[in-house]
Design a protein around this ligand. Structure first.
Ligand SMILES: Cc1ncc(C[n+]2csc(CCOP(=O)(O)OP(=O)(O)O)c2C)c(N)n1
Ligand SMILES: [Mg+2]
Length: 559
């Protein structure tokens, strides 16, 4: 009997098949800037309301949004951009996904297959362009292989050390008809478990250690794994440290949390790392910023014993040669910990307590001065006022030293911060976070330099009703570079002074809330008004132009 509904035809356009594949892999949102090179994909999305299309105003921002979405979900964030100009803009997000080990897939429109290699309009060889930036870059030439390429893209992005994949889509390919083959199940990354023998050796080494430090980092964690690492640290009397910009892996209020390794850290903490007799890196590559520029542990053979737990064998022994290398997924590592014996806790009590007390002292905001907005005071206030699940995003700049020093992260996946050090990350990341978690508070920190990388994304936030609060640390400078300039070329200021627009008027012109904040005391009420506006909001915080970091002041100009 004819029910009146039309059976789906047995073929579809390649673009329709691609969209169906994305949906089958669990994609519910894509970030893009549209381009004529992939119009059939946009057209296919027209009929798939289950996938929200967020059209950003700059591909750099769209890629950052997709990267942030990948950070928050653990599944690839999806970005679509057009040929050469779109792809070159978007490359910053791919680079961040690579350095941050974030699953992400960037789709790029490509010239038609019969025009390739003539350097046609906006043509780029993406395999070559993204070779050092992505885990895998490829082009889908045959519509019949879309399913295969997309499945591999998801697998590659999520497995081992997570990261970005780039797939180029020749525009003529997207319109070809191809048979529909429904995908049976979304991609799931394969999980490697640690060997019992290795865990036991780790337990024995830790039991014998007087001054161990556990450094947590990387991606691929689960809530359960983080809990069991916490419990293991409690049982064993082990100090937990976070690697650079991974401070949300441990509740910073936990008695075993002793701070993070990164930029602008407590010199006493650096001494503690040097003095440790055993370092256990759980998921951290021990990258340049985490390792104090490769000085806290010596290369290639650290003076401390090193146990390195990492999901990708190629990273094990790449820089630091570990005494014990354990190649496994972090979620599987955590699951294997309960029941693992560890002794020697009593002998380490002072070691943990001293490290914890030092962390508490270092992260306690000093009493604010009155003339400017003091970021330490703001962060202390936010730490006490924001709910535990509030998300904090930032980009790069010296203002982040205050964020990472004074904010106490309390919940996993509340920190959106580029380990790649990419300016401009915070605002797009915050917008993606607000779309992912509309009921949670999202605060983006940006320097005045950082914010102006993607200010136009206020339009995206307003259009998509993403009520983020953006806090601009406005010191009228590319302050970080000014600080380095002063240290290396004293008194010779070049390219680091900024003449800024009126940020409040700028925000208001987008339909966002905007207000200037001159002193620390004005902040709580201004923040409340920003929140109460119900709109994307920007607060222009006037910070002390001479205070480069909590500990470095620029010299007063000669009179
Ligand atoms: C995309 C990008 N461009 C340039 C840099 C180099 N850089 C690092 S920090 C910085 C200045 C940041 O200025 P601002 O955002 O105002 O923060 P401040 O240091 O003043 O607190 C620059 C230019 C970078 N990290 N990322
Ligand atoms: Mg600045």
């Amino acid at each position: 009997m004819d029910t009146g509904t039309r059976a789906p035809s047995e073929t579809g356009s390649a673009a329709e098949i691609l969209v169906a594949e994305l949906q089958a892999h669990g994609v519910d949102r894509i970030f893009c800037v549209p381009g004529e090179s992939y119009l059939p994909v946009l057209d296919a999305l027209h009929d798939v309301p289950a996938i929200e299309v967020v059209s950003a105003r700059h591909e750099g921002a769209a890629a950052n949004m997709a990267e942030a979405d990948g950070k928050l979900t653990g599944r690839p964030g999806i970005c679509f951009v057009t040929r050469g100009p779109g792809a070159t803009h978007a490359s910053i997000g791919v680079h961040t996904a690579f350095q941050d080990s974030t699953p992400m897939i960037l789709f790029i429109g490509q010239v038609a297959r019969d025009a390739r290699d003539r350097e046609g309009f906006q043509e780029v060889d993406y395999r070559a362009m993204f070779a050092p930036l992505a885990k895998w870059a490829a082009e889908i030439d045959h519509p019949s292989r879309i399913s295969e390429y997309v499945a591999r893209a998801f697998q590659t992005a999520m497995s081992g050390r997570c990261g970005p994949v780039v797939l180029a889509l020749p525009e003529d390919m997207l319109s070809e008809a191809v048979a529909r083959r429904p995908r049976p199940a979304p991609a799931e990354a394969a999980r490697a478990a640690p060997r019992r023998k290795d865990l036991e050796q780790m337990g024995a080494m830790l039991s014998a250690s007087e001054r161990p430090l556990v450094v947590m980092g990387g991606t691929g964690w689960s809530e359960a794994a983080l809990r069991s690492v916490r419990e293991f640290a409690e049982r064993g009397g082990l100090p937990l440290l976070a690697s650079f910009r991974r401070q949300d892996l441990v509740d910073n209020r936990h008695e075993n949390y002793c701070g993070h390794l990164g930029l602008g850290i407590d010199p006493a903490l650096a001494d503690r790392v040097r003095a440790a007799d055993l370092i256990v890196s759980l998921g951290s590559r021990l990258g340049e910023n985490t390792s104090g520029g490769y000085t806290l542990l010596s290369v290639p053979d650290p003076q401390q014993q090193l146990i390195h737990v990492y999901p990708d064998p190629e990273e094990l022994g790449r820089v630091f040669q570990p005494r014990l290398a354990i190649n496994c997924t972090l979620s599987a590592f955590g699951e294997a910990l309960p029941g693992l014996e560890i002794s020697g806790r009593a002998g380490r009590e002072d070691w943990v307590r001293e490290a914890r007390e030092a962390y508490l002292r270092f992260s306690a905001p000093p009493a604010p001065g009155g003339a400017f907005v003091d970021l330490a005071g703001i962060l202390g206030w936010l730490g006490e006022t924001l709910p535990d699940d509030a998300l904090i995003a930032n980009g790069a700049g010296n203002y982040t030293v205050w964020v990472h020093r004074y904010f106490r992260y309390r919940q996993w996946r509340t920190e959106l911060a580029p380990t790649s050090g990419a300016m401009g990350y915070g605002v797009p990341a915050a917008i993606a976070a607000k779309l992912r978690h509309p009921d949670r508070q999202v605060v983006a920190f940006a320097g005045d330099g950082c914010f102006l990388m993607y200010p136009q994304e206020l339009a995206t936030a307003v259009q998509h009703e993403a009520a983020v609060v953006i806090l601009i640390a406005n010191n009228g400078k590319y302050g970080t570079i000014r600080m380095h300039q002063e240290r290396r070329f004293p008194g010779r200021v070049v390219a680091t002074d900024l003449l800024n627009p009126d940020f409040v008027a700028l925000a208001q012109s987008f339909g966002a809330f905007g207000e200037r904040v001159e002193t620390t005391a004005q902040f709580p009420a201004a923040f409340a008004r920003a929140r109460a506006s119900g709109r994307p909001a920007l607060l222009d915080l006037r910070t002390d132009p001479a205070q480069s970091t909590p500990s470095f002041r620029l010299p007063e100009p000669a009179a």
